[in-house]
Every structure is written in structure tokens, then in C-alpha cells.
Design a protein around this ligand. Sequence first.
Ligand code: CDP
Ligand code: MG
Length: 757
Amino acid sequence: MKRSHSSHSSSPITPQTTTVPLSLPDHLPPSSLPIIPYHSKIVASLDKNDCCVLTSSTGSGKTTTVPFLIYKEHRLFKEHSKLKVTCTQPRRVACTSVASYVSSLCSVPLGTLIGYNIRFDNCTTPQTVISYQTDYMLLRSSSSSYGRLFPEYGCIIIDEAHERSLGSDFVCSLVKQAMIARNYPRFLKDDSDITSLSSEIKSLRRIVRKRKLPPLKVIVMSATISSETFSKYFSTPNMQAKVLSIPGKTHRIDVCYLSEACEDFVEGCVEASLRLHCSYEEGDILCFLPGREEIDSAVYMLRKLLKEREEEGKSSYVSEDKVEEVKGKNINVLTEPTDGAVVLPLYSSLSPSQQQQIFLPLPANCHRRIIISTNIAETSLTLSNVIYVVDSGLEKKKVLTQTGVGVLRTEVISKASAVQRSGRCGRVRPGLAIRMYRELEFEGFKPVQRPEIEGASLSNVVLLMLTMGIKDCINFDFLQPPSEKKLLKAFHTLHRLKAVNDSMEITPYGEKMSKLPVDVEWANLVLKSEGYGCVKEVLTSVAMLSAENIFYRPTDEREAAKAAQKHRRFSSFEGDIPSLRSVYETWEKETIYVDPSLPNVAKRYRQLQSSKNLKIPSPEWCSRNYINSRSVAKAHSVRFQLHDICKNLYMNVESSCGSEGYVDYLKCVCEGLSHQIALRSVVSSDSSEGSSSQRPQGKYKTLSGIEVNVHPNSTMFQRNPAPSAVVFTEIIVTKKTYITGVTQVKKDWVTEFHPDR
Ligand code: CDP
Ligand code: MG
């Protein structure tokens, strides 16, 4: 029954112009979720306290029921009919999938009374009373003093707070400020004799009094044992944060460890999953690997092994004809069952429809899902039927190197995460978790996850604080104050980009930058493009980079070869960024077709913009060219929004360099990414790297001295001769250190942008 609800979410989003007034039901459909018996206790304690910290195990019903419960039951919403509830999430996929699930439970169209708001995709309207949004979106709505009081909300729920993402930590700080400003004893006419309030909050309180804002209730929700951090933080001399721990219902979970360390964790996990599949009774297997790369190769290996098993006749759920039929298709081959199982990848850069596949019912000839996931399935998403967990003990974390370059690095998880991961298998019946490490290693894991604020760049947060008028970043009441060095590093970056002046005050250029909802470095690139006369081309490039996963790369060998051949058509000699641009430009030239069964984003977008002559990616064009149509649709929508923002900034958005101005465009990209340049390492011909026929194939060193290799998916991979200087968009560390988004630039430019070299 649960599944049928989830499958609603893949249905197209209905337009928001309904004539019949909509209303929410009084109750959600009855269920046996562990949180239900505690509902009245939650409402009562939020009545007595300003803040509640709610903990319970994953799947107990926090995310789906608490926002609805508070909206329907708390008296604040009866007294102030305009107030709304919002629930923040660190991940986009959690916002979209939960919002669609809850709106289907309430039988209201998604985007009406219940909606979601994620970057470049706002599915809310003025009538929305319960919204799920990313931390980031809530932060962006608070860029004025009035906005910092979150006036439209009566309750803000900060979900998955234990993950300690940079955004959610910062949301905690801002929400705490707003809570104090809105709830501090209201009888006081002015606060001049209260010394415990900072001047920031005193100035916010003046607005509260003037606008007569009602109180703000706060709920912090988390799955693990970090409640104390939050209850301490949200308690002030006048306000107490109440902790509510709800016991979950879990069955026994057997945990086993390896007796010896495994050599290759991807192969190890594949083998363990296969062994579970071959010898254990039905029930889904959830395998945790750190990132997309590892997941793609594990999915590939598993599918191949399952096919081999099937062909050897160990099991024959699928007929020969079926296999042939499957081979002929491209997209659907992903989900065809083999040997009675479907192998499904799950990571955030998959398209929403690919992500939704984990919720679809199993086909008749199949009795098991094997889901290979990043820690996206650790807490954000609830998978109903998992009985077995295979845990690599690893995750991808963005960390800053000494010199401030952001690197995606594979790191060991925390004990709390390991417990959380194994906890995913005991929901429906006793489960089994296989930890692909030794017990001794587990004992050495850090107790809880490292807050992202320790590793990530703070440039965007600091810029946001400056636009909000928070001047004293060093003494700001952070949940966990970052080191002064890191704050200075952020100021240094903003100063390099001229977003702040020598007195560290925000400049008009910085204000402009903050309007663009992308990383400061990309914002700078967009703004710089006007000077090079290539705004059009840069907007396309940035939009395509934001969309991710443009090229569809099948795992099936024959299909992969076909895809590679099709992709060659877009491949630019200059590298990956121009190649992405070429996909978009070719699509624009070759498709004006508007399909009625468009993906949600594009469809809604079309409805919104029906007056404008819009081009929508034809699914047929995309599938013929092995391009992910949803990604192109997303890039199109991102581009449109960036274009609008630039227009509002009085930029000449029509400025285009055309094909003659290629050099200007590349130079602009080089300036925008001048902090991410890599130079080819000089390898002598007799080096141990290979025989003389094997010329150096793109071994590079970044300006900060990191040795990197061009990623195999890059158009620059094994380019011979390899260009002497490139810019890149990301560093990924797996078995090797790779750069992606590799684009050729002139060495002279490197000296121009780094005169000290
Ligand atoms: O937030 P918490 O981990 O406590 O649980 P939840 O996300 O509210 O999920 C409660 C239940 O709703 C799950 O056990 C799932 O059965 C169901 N659910 C679903 O079927 N589809 C979704 N997209 C989300 C939740
Ligand atoms: Mg949840």
C-alpha cells in the first residue's frame, strides 16, 4: 500500500490554478508508524516550549507526519490563519519525494497546499501552507532583516540536523535568532536594559514589535544521539529546548564484520551482495558505497555477474528472448531484472525519475531489489523492504585542502553512521548487516559525523551573512564556530573576487554576486562574461554544469559503445565545458518540438511560461543522442533563471561571442576558474611511466601542487599531445585523484591571472 502512494510521485505535476478551494484533511490516513502515539505529546510540548528536539529512528514518521501535525493541531495556526509550516532538508531528493508523498496522502495536488522548494525548482504557490525546502532555499529567503525573522512561518522544522551540513547548521543559527527575537518576553516595551541580548537581536526585536509578529516555534529533528548538541544550543536563559525521544520499532539486527580487511571495497561489496542474493531468502539488499563512481562500477559488475549466473542456468527468471529484447533498448535496460533481481543505483545526481525507481513495484519475474547507494539512503529516504545491508564503511566528503581547493574525498564514516546504516534493515523483520571492515576498525571510528563546517568552504556563507547585514562574522552565534583561519580564508576568497573591499565590507560587485544562486566562483564567472562579450555562452556553460549528468552512459557494453559514438559529435577539442555547451546549442538548433508527456520540471515550466516561445528538450532527440533529457530540461530552466537574474542586474544578456569568439570565451572560463588551473607535469620520455610510444597522457599538477589525472569520462582523457594547461571544475579522489570538467587554456593566460608564477 505504501508503494502505491509513492508511485503517485512520478505522475506529472498538475497546474496550480484550481478553482475548487482545496483543503487539507483533518488527519493523515491511519498507520502504525511509531510516532503516531506521541503526536499529542509533541504538540503539547511545543506549546510549552519554544523549541523541541525530536529524535527517533529512521522511518518512524517524523518527516512525513510532523509538519502536517503541527499545522493542523497547534493552536498558533488556528489563531493566525496566515502562518505556515516549513521543513528543511539537506537533500533535494528528500524535499521532492516527501512533498509528493505527503500531498498524495492528503489527496491534494503537489504544489498547491503542500509543496517543495529546491534550487531552480520552486513547486510552491502563495496558497502552500506546508513546504519542504532545502536549507539553502530557506537561507536565501532571509536576505533582509525582515526576512531573517521568517515572518511567514509559525513553525520551522529543521530535519536531519544530525547530518550537520553547512546549510542546516547555519539555518539553526538564523532560526535561533528569529526565535529569540519573536518569542522573548513580549511584555517588555523595549530591551534597552537587557544585557543578555546581542545588538543584532535587539534590532530584530524592533521589527517584531513594529510588525506585531507572532511567536515562532522550532523543531529540530534528528535520527541519532546528537540531541544534546541541539538542546543546549537552543536553550537560552529564558527558553528551554525540550528533548523528546521516541522509541522506534526495530527487529533484531545481526551485525557481522570481516575477519580480514578486504582489498578492494567495491569488489568486496559486490561479492557480499551477490552472496546474500544467492543464499538468503527474499528481501531487498541495500549496499552503501561512497560515491557515484564506485556505485556505477558496482552496478555494472553486479549486473554482469547476475547475467552470467542466469546464463549458466543457475536460475532462469528471464527467457532468452527477453534478454535479447532487453539488449535492444537503451534506457530501460537499467531496470530489467536478471537472475530474479534488479540492481538500482541511488545517488543525488541521478534524475528524479531514476531515483524514483527504487519505489516502483517489482516486476513479476523478480523478487529482490539490490540498491547500491551513497549515504543518501542512510536517513533521508525510507526504503520499505530492506532486510540486508552491506556497508563499505566509507562516504564522500567535500574537504578543503591546505590551499583551499575543495576536494571530494572518500572518508571513513562515523560510528553513528555505521549504526544508522545497519539500522536500515530491521524495519519489517529481523535483518542482517554485513560491515565490510573489521570490528577493530569500527572501534576506531569517530563517534559522530564531522560537521561540514569543518571541511567546506565558507565563502558563500560569509557572503550571505554580509548581505544579511551580519557584520561581525567572528562573534556570530554559530552552532559550532568555525576557526578564525577558515573565516579569514573565506574573506580572502571574497577579496580575491572583489566581493569585499579592503575593510572587508561587501562591495556592489559582491551584492551582485550574491543574487546569483550558484557558488561564488561561478557567480564571478557569470559576471565576468560581460567583459569578454560572451554572456550567452557562459550562462549556457554554467547551467549545463549545474544540471549534472548530461551524458547518458549505459553500463551495458554494447550500448556504452553506441553512446560514446553519439557523444563524439558534441565533443569539443577544447574540452569538457565547451562540449557541454555544444550539447545545449545543438539541442537548441535541432529541437523545437514540445512533447505532451514532458518530465515534470519542463512541463510546469512550460505552463508558467506558456506565453513565451519556449523550446523543450524532445525526449526523442535526447534518447537518440544518449543525452539525459531531464538534465537538459533542468539546464534549460537554470539557464532561464540565471538569464533573468542577469537581466535584472542590467547585464547585456544577449552578448555573444559566436564561434569566432571562441578564444575570448575560453579566456573568460580561464579567468573564472583561475583558482582551479592544472599544468601538465613534465615526464621524461624514458620515465617509468611507460614506453616512449606512450606519451605522457595528461598527468597534471594543480597550482597548489596536487598531482591529478584527467578523468576517463573527460573529452581530454588520453589526449595526445596533452595540453600544457587546463582548468577543471572538480577534484575527485577515488583510487586515483582525478579532475573533471577539464578544459584547455593557454599557458600565457595562467601567467596573466597569476603574475606571481
Ligand atoms: O522521517 P522518518 O525517518 O522518521 O520517517 P518518514 O520519512 O516520515 O517515513 C515514514 C514512512 O513513510 C516510511 O516508513 C515509509 O513507509 C513511508 N514513506 C513512503 O512510503 N514514501 C516516501 N517518499 C516517504 C515515506
Ligand atoms: Mg526523515
